[in-house]
Design a protein around this ligand. Sequence first.
Ligand code: CUA
Length: 344
Amino acid sequence: MNQLKHYIGVVILVAVLTVATGLGLQSALQNGYILPPAASWQAVPIDWLFGLHFWAIAFLFSLIVGFLLYSVIVFRRKKGETGDGVHFEGNTTIEILWTLIPLATVIYFAYLGAQTLSDIQRVDPDAIRVNVTGRQWSWTFEYPELGIVSEELVLPNNKQALLRMKSQDVIHSFWVPEFRVKQDVLPGDMVRELRVTPKEVGEYKVRCAELCGRDHANMRAPVVVLEQADFDAWVEERLAADPTKSDDPVVRGQAWAIQFGCAACHSFDGTDGIGPSWAGLFGKEETMEDGSTVLVDAEYLIESIRDPGAQIVAGYQNVMPANIGEDLTDDQIADIIAFIESLK
Ligand code: CUA
């Protein structure tokens, strides 16, 4: 009878603690203290599973802390008590239970995890395709069906997007916290796929979630989710005013510089960055690491793009993508140089 009293006391304490901790965690989750608002349909099952894990966490926390607190308070040493406690050894029933219950729980969570994974990878044959390229330290988004290359990821709402991703240098990781899903972006020919179906019109940000060098923290790109009609208007606008098809080499050069990620490290306005700013660069005498000087002309710029490590300006390191020269055609490089020349 006395023992039953303790059992009931512990069960009530653990139950109260579980509910209190669980409700606290759920409210933190719902109020955005733990995750930002969910903005994709893939986020729905992920958040649901996340919430369920939080209940499991609340219960395990309460089970341990509840027993501990109850024992510390109720079974504390009474005044004048000097002997050891009652000795007991083993309890087969409890040992079987605390093996089987966690085992069944873990298997159940594994089943739910597999179900969620297949849920968020469901293929929509009408998905809009976007080829994503990551590099130190910028992103580019190509819409092969639309003939658009963009430095921001624009997606129609409520339509699945199939992102096919690769890296030009090291491992990066594509992550939009509001979409929940995340995917490593690998160099070589290892294209990785990610499916996202936005469900909230708004502006977000791609973040790189894999440490990838000096400017990793700034490897971001805007994400814009638009209603289908607004998305169609954006496509029209982009196609009508494609700067890479301009007659002006300066306009084309600026577009290439953004598209190929140059702008991530070389500012156009004189701000110092990872690499020298392009403002006022053309025609300038630059001091090299060995103390010699070089006149910045077309020849030097071509060499610096084709072979970035050849002549480094003092105070900078060669962190340019080594194969950037292979990705750019001679005409594109000429356009970029015309753009640099225009930045007085
Ligand atoms: Cu790319 Cu970190």
